[in-house]
Design a protein around this ligand. Structure first.
Ligand SMILES: NC(=O)CC[C@H](N)C(=O)O
Length: 382
């Protein structure tokens, strides 16, 4: 039996479809992601907290879901919007259908709407606040009115500090990710990983931790509001600033901590929200973008080499290149809209990237940035 669902946007657009997840109501900022694969990683990326994600690829759910392809402990997105849910989920790793997965985590989803029309609205007008009603909530003459009211009641992500909401509550150690010293070493897998990295958890994706661990990092993941003094007392070789949801600007605790860590000579590497926070801590400004970047095929240019990389992206805010102070250099730029994609401090061993070098989902072109962080720690140890 099909259950009804409604998606409403703050601009008054209304879509009628079928409920594929839990019944009830949800609201958030509606964004579109153009990646063709990775729906499970997208749903569980904490950076999507309070965002309703529509996927432009039309068939979503073909391979079902499994317990491994997750970027956090559960679904973080506020809702899912798709064109078509296949009748059958089929893959040797499939443990559950996408629909059962959404229901089991009490997350709403809507299918059988014109996602091309929706995407054009978001592209032309910018990301919209929106709401989904599903099941009994979507029935009755006043359902559309209630959906529009819920969409307009969402306050918007600007000014919203979500990093401290999704962050871990207590520090923990991370070692998942195969590590070896590499070719040429007799003993490739034994012994202690050589670099101790403290990672600020603003909503960290697990594949970032895996990629650091597999390059020789022992990781201590700490809550977003951990003061710099506590981090420095752990005597790290480097500090990592994670991705995360919401607006970077209100994260004053993180900006202050990063400023204090910048006073030392510790290597710092930031990804996405971590990049925006490094920019803010260095005196630059961030801005809300129109519809942001969410996809796995975004061309980004390395400004030093001229090389163009295909990258994975998920952000709705950006550090403003025009606001960079003299001791911050632009290192990367988006070839889609010219926005800033990477920075480095000229006076400190600190750099950051706006897109996702860990690329889950996505291409691996930017993965060497992890190696750059390792080289900085190696240089400091020497
Ligand atoms: N993936 C991220 O870290 C996103 C950063 C920030 N929340 C933004 O939307 O721009």
């Amino acid at each position: 039996m099909n259950r009804p669902a409604i998606l409403a946007l703050e601009d008054g657009s209304v879509f009628h479809g079928t409920a594929i997840g839990a019944d009830g109501q949800t609201s958030g900022e509606v964004v579109f992601n153009t990646a063709m694969t990775g729906y499970q990683e997208i749903l569980t990326d904490p950076s999507y907290t309070r965002q309703i994600v529509t996927l432009t690829y039309p068939h979503i759910g073909n391979t079902g879901v499994n317990a491994e392809d997750v970027e956090s402990g559960g679904i973080a997105a506020a809702g899912l919007v798709i064109r078509d849910l296949p009748l059958l989920a089929s893959n040797f790793r499939c443990e559950q259908t996408l629909s059962d997965y959404l229901k089991s985590q009490n997350v709403l989803g809507i299918a059988e709407i014109d996602t091309r029309r929706l995407t054009r609205i978001l592209r032309d007008k910018g990301a919209q606040n929106g709401a989904i009603l599903a099941g009994a909530e979507a029935e009755g003459e006043d359902a559309v009115e209630r959906a529009l009211a819920a969409a307009r009641a969402f306050p918007g992500l600007k000014g919203m500090d979500l990093a401290k909401v999704v962050s871990c509550q207590a520090p923990y150690e991370w070692s998942e990710g195969e590590w070896s010293l590499g070719e040429g070493y007799a003993d490739t897998t034994q012994g202690e990983r050589p670099y101790h990295v403290v990672a600020y958890d603003f909503g960290v994706k697990r594949n970032i931790l895996r990629m650091l661990a597999s390059r020789g990092c022992r990781l201590t993941v700490v809550p977003a509001q951990t003061p710099a003094a506590e981090v420095l007392a752990m005597n790290p070789d480097g500090v990592f600033l994670a991705n995360g949801p919401g607006d970077p600007e209100p994260c004053d605790y993180a900006i202050k901590a990063i400023q204090e860590i910048l006073e030392t000579e510790l290597p710092i590497f930031g990804i996405c929200l971590g990049h925006q926070l490094l920019a803010l801590a260095s005196g630059a400004k961030t801005v809300k973008m129109s519809h942001g970047h969410h996809g796995a095929n975004h061309p980004v240019q390395d400004l030093d080499s001229g090389k163009v990389m295909i990258t994975s992206q998920n952000h709705g805010f950006a550090a403003d290149e025009a606001s960079l102070p003299a001791n911050v250099r632009a290192t990367h730029r988006s070839l889609f809209d010219g926005t800033l994609q990477g920075i480095e401090r000229t006076d400190r061993p600190a750099f950051s990237f706006q897109g996702h070098p860990e690329a889950m989902p996505g291409p691996q072109d930017v993965a060497p940035l992890f190696g750059r962080f390792i080289e900085m720690m190696k240089a400091r140890q020497a």
